[in-house]
Write a protein of this length. Structure first.
Lengths: 225, 344
């Protein structure tokens, strides 16, 4: 412990704030991860099945969703944070704080995940989809039992990529008072020259990334044949 | 409508709109009737529209114009839900097998009957029965990746049979397989036809496949059906000259024939005779000598089996002043005769 105190004096001095920042980061990753996971997956599936020649071909729906995804992916996240303040206020009641940050985080992450899911699903052999149609399966069955089942390994892989990029986004959410490890690395580490806080925050984030990657790889191995 | 007819395609047109200006007319006014118990072959070059036409049978491809009747039911007028029910009675197998890599062999078969009235236990029993039928029960727990092409196609056949279909559509199912494996798959299809009274619609660009198992054929070219008839008639007495050309060009002996024809001299005339190798035809050349005093030189002759019948093709040479009346006389005997000239 004394060694830790020697190397990370400011982390020890601000330990309550530091631990709170870890929780804030985890909170943001977890909840915006779940919400954008559901929204992004739905959007990604919709993009795949409504495309020309697909099982629920619908030009209007496809074009609209495709544009929405492109627009949100083009806006730099730090600007998106400020841009969606009115919407955040409408949904959460306030535009400041960890929970409020879930709105821009979701808007930043879901379109990214949608594209990733879309890329994973279009890899499914069209011949298998055709075989399933020839068997008289419903579109919903084809989505669940063919698209999602056949690309499960790829879906896990892109989910890991998305979660890791989401961690980066949460580090910026400090700009709207959401706290978290990114925030503490700037407010303490950068602004007050407490470099050890920045290093500790980096280590925690790297650990988080490694754990996610490890779990992801473990499941990918289990589902691929 | 013919009561024996199981599948009737009525004036089918399929047009693909490439862009605002151009449209691809993949199938043009194609009509055909397939009876119960037929092994009906659709032959033609790649791009002739075979797959597009056959995909209209289960409406994987909706025709731009025309009607599709299966069991006297017009599929084009069915609701989406009714069409799904109708599709369950039409099995389909593909060139690239289209098995799901994420499921075991048994699960691949159960997959197609998951929503049926059968209990889970019955579904697995059914899958195992089918695997035993195609001789792959011992592989039930392996994944498709671990199987050879022929084994994968047998699994695909078992899967296609799971819903007890009346019709099996085979889209180039043997085209990715070696000749020996092709034969085992064709034997299996023949067995399904005779044991389960399954009607088979088979697309192929390989004439040998058509000769081996199809009782009827339709020949397609540029989106049109040139001719449809019994297999033996298509190969021995094609009515359409384009059919005749297609059959010769696609056959293995064509290169040999072309070489021989290229060597003909100015004073000789070559004729290709196609006839059934029966007793009456054994004396064919002697008859020509006796009846017309011509001495035909035999340049080339080959005999093959089509639908269990022996068919001989003989290239003969006559002198330029041959009596022309021998041509209708030979045709009268059921012999197909085509004069051969050097290709320009």
């Amino acid at each position: 412990m004394s060694l830790f105190t020697t190397f990370f004096p400011n982390v020890v001095a601000n330990h309550a704030q530091f631990i709170a920042a870890i929780w804030q980061t985890l909170y943001m990753v977890l909840f915006s991860g779940i919400i954008s996971g559901v929204l992004g997956a739905a959007l990604g599936i919709a993009l795949v099945v409504t495309e020309k020649g697909q099982i629920l071909e619908n030009r209007g729906v496809y074009q609209t969703l495709d544009k929405i995804v492109n627009i949100f992916r083009s806006i730099p996240f730090i600007i998106l944070l400020a841009l969606v303040v009115p919407l955040t206020r409408l949904i959460v009641g306030t535009a400041v704080g960890t929970t409020a940050a879930l709105v821009p985080l979701t808007l930043g992450c879901a379109p990214f995940y949608a594209r990733q899911i879309q890329n994973a699903l279009v890899e499914v052999d069209p011949g298998i989809i055709e075989a399933a149609q020839a068997m008289g399966l419903t579109p919903l069955d084809i989505i669940w039992r063919v698209y999602l089942k056949e690309s499960i390994g790829e879906i896990i892989r892109v989910s890991v990529v998305t979660l890791i990029s989401l961690i980066s986004l949460t580090a910026m959410a400090g700009a709207v008072g959401a706290g978290g490890l990114g925030d503490i690395a700037i407010t303490l580490g950068y602004n007050q020259f407490e470099n050890d806080v920045t290093i500790a925050a980096t280590i925690i984030i790297l650990l988080l990334v490694f754990i996610i990657q490890f779990i992801g790889d473990f499941f990918v191995k289990r589902v691929t044949h | 409508m013919d009561s024996k007819a199981l599948i009737t395609l009525n004036h089918i047109d399929v047009t693909f709109q490439q862009n605002q200006q151009t449209a691809l007319h993949a199938v043009k006014d194609a009509s055909l009737t397939i009876n119960k118990g037929d092994i009906y072959g659709i032959i033609g070059d790649s791009g002739a529209g075979k797959s597009t036409l056959v995909r209209t049978i289960n409406l994987l491809q909706r025709p731009t114009n025309g009607d599709v009747f299966v069991n006297q039911q017009n599929l084009t007028t069915l609701s989406a839900a009714d069409l799904r029910q109708a599709r369950k009675k039409i099995g389909m197998i593909f060139q690239h097998f289209n098995l799901m890599a994420s499921r075991t062999i048994e699960e691949n078969i159960v997959f197609s009957i998951k929503r049926s009235a059968l209990s889970k236990k019955q579904q697995h029993e059914k899958a195992q029965q089918l695997l035993a039928y195609v001789g792959l029960l011992d592989k039930k727990d392996v994944y498709p990746r671990q199987l050879s092409g022929g084994q994968k196609q047998r699994v695909a056949i078992a899967r296609a049979l799971a819903n007890n279909p009346e019709i099996l559509i085979s889209d180039e199912a043997t085209s990715a397989l070696d000749p020996k494996t092709t034969n085992t798959i064709l034997d299996l299809l023949k067995r399904l036809n005779s044991e389960l009274n399954l009607t088979i619609v088979l697309i192929t660009h390989e004439l040998s496949v058509a000769k081996k198992i199809c009782n009827k054929l339709a020949v397609m070219q540029h989106g049109e059906i040139l001719e449809q008839n019994e297999t033996l008639r298509i190969f021995t007495q094609p009515q359409n000259p384009e059919t005749a050309t297609f059959i010769t060009q696609a056959s293995a002996e064509n290169r040999v024939l072309q070489q021989l024809i290229g060597q003909q001299t100015a004073t000789e005339r070559l004729f290709l005779l196609t006839y059934e190798a029966n007793t009456a035809n054994q004396t064919l050349l002697v008859d020509l000598y006796q009846d017309y005093q011509v001495i035909p030189k035999v340049i080339y002759s080959t005999t093959e089996m089509i639908q269990g019948r022996l068919i001989t093709k003989t290239l003969i040479s006559l002198t330029e002043n041959y009596p022309e009346s021998l041509i209708p006389a030979l045709q009268q005997r059921g012999i197909q005769i085509m004069q051969q000239t050097k290709e320009a």
